[in-house]
Design a protein around this ligand. Structure first.
Ligand code: HEC
Length: 313
């Protein structure tokens, strides 16, 4: 009988080796090309402002069919620099805040799991003191083409004028939402919600954005959540997404993983299909809108033409 007994410490060590073994074997990142994606500081530029041509001269052309990236790709650093210090777009500037962040993003497929690696160096970030628990947060927004405004405008499709800390947000705590959940939208956003059963039908029909977030502190395992944006931003009770994170030589490397089929409140990811993705980084203990965001990007699973193609090693 006694010979079947494995000392607890040895058992724990064996499990640890196994776990780290599988984690490293999953994707050989040295074989996966990374793409530089620049995230800019967006100030208070809301969806409604962007659509108003006298406030944003791209508005009319956007409404006529030109996506954000068609005008702004390659200009993210300049735009971010402008926005972070422009009093009319940022009434509460953070002194010394850099205007942009360039991340190296890679995607890979392993079995039935999608992996997304985001590597970025926050640089010298003033401590904004808004988020006491985490120094840094990195997030992915995902859609499968169901939400047209995300295909067209990425994360801005959910960024309305009446969100917390936005111009029409007052002292409220409104989180990201989709315009379709409101009775009507105005330049100031949309306060009145459609009936709950209508919104429930939208959710059943997959009309939501999915997001993942890893909340980071050096030397600690990341706190990982996922959720949806429909009538509000809503965290799932249990995350289907997992993540590991490491900080070395000034650079965070965050590896997200999620099964292609992750159940309710998640997009079904299928080989051969292309998705819209957006990325955000909260650096320097910031919260809410005080983050960096990417323009709308594309992700293909296994094959296709996209900014990121998640292939098998
Ligand atoms: C037809 C081209 C065009 C499209 C499409 C367009 N923009 Fe612009 N955008 C501009 C121009 C030109 C400016 C600068 C002048 C101004 O603000 O009106 C600008 C300004 C901005 C700024 C302020 C920073 C800066 O560089 O001046 C942001 C942020 C921005 N746009 C984001 C977006 C987003 C997000 C979308 C998609 C929802 C979008 N734009 C679509 C042309 C465009």
């Amino acid at each position: 009988m006694t010979m079947l007994r494995i000392p607890v410490a040895a058992k724990a060590a064996a499990v640890a080796i196994l776990l780290s073994g599988t984690a490293h074997a999953a994707v050989d990142w040295s074989k996966v090309p990374g793409k530089d994606i620049t995230l800019l500081y967006p100030g208070q530029m809301s969806w409604e402002m962007l659509l108003t041509n006298k406030e944003h001269s791209g508005g009319a052309k956007f409404l006529a069919g030109k996506n954000c990236r068609e005008c702004h790709e390659g200009e993210e650093q300049n735009s971010g620099k402008l926005m972070v210090a422009d009093k009319s777009l940022e009434p509460a500037p953070i002194a010394g805040k850099p205007g942009s962040q360039t991340a190296k993003v890679s995607a890979a497929l392993d079995g039935d799991t999608l992996h997304i690696r985001i590597a970025f160096a926050p640089g010298t970030q003033p401590d904004a003191g808004m988020e006491p628990k985490f120094s840094t947060k990195v997030a992915v927004m995902l859609d499968d083409g169901t939400v047209a405004e995300a295909t067209r405008g990425g994360c801005w499709g959910a960024c309305h004028d009446d969100l917390a800390k936005m111009p029409s947000g007052g002292t409220g705590d409104t989180t990201k939402y989709l315009a379709r959940t409101r009775v009507k939208m105005a330049r100031t956003g949309g306060a009145e919600l459609k009936p709950a059963e209508e919104i429930a039908k939208m959710r059943d029909g997959g009309q939501f954005l999915e997001y993942w977030q890893a909340r980071l502190n050096q030397g600690a395992a990341p706190d990982v959540v996922d959720g949806t944006v429909l009538e509000k931003r809503q965290e799932n009770a249990a995350a289907a997404v997992t993540a590991t994170a490491a900080f070395e030589n000034g650079t965070w490397v965050v590896d997200f993983a999620r099964k292609l089929n992750a159940g309710a409140n998640h997009k079904v990811l299928a080989p051969g299909k292309t998705y819209t993705v957006g990325f955000s980084i909260h650096a320097g203990h910031t919260a809410k809108r005080f983050h960096y965001v990417s323009l709308e990007k594309t992700l293909a699973i296994e094959s296709g033409t996209a900014d990121l193609v998640a292939k098998r090693n």
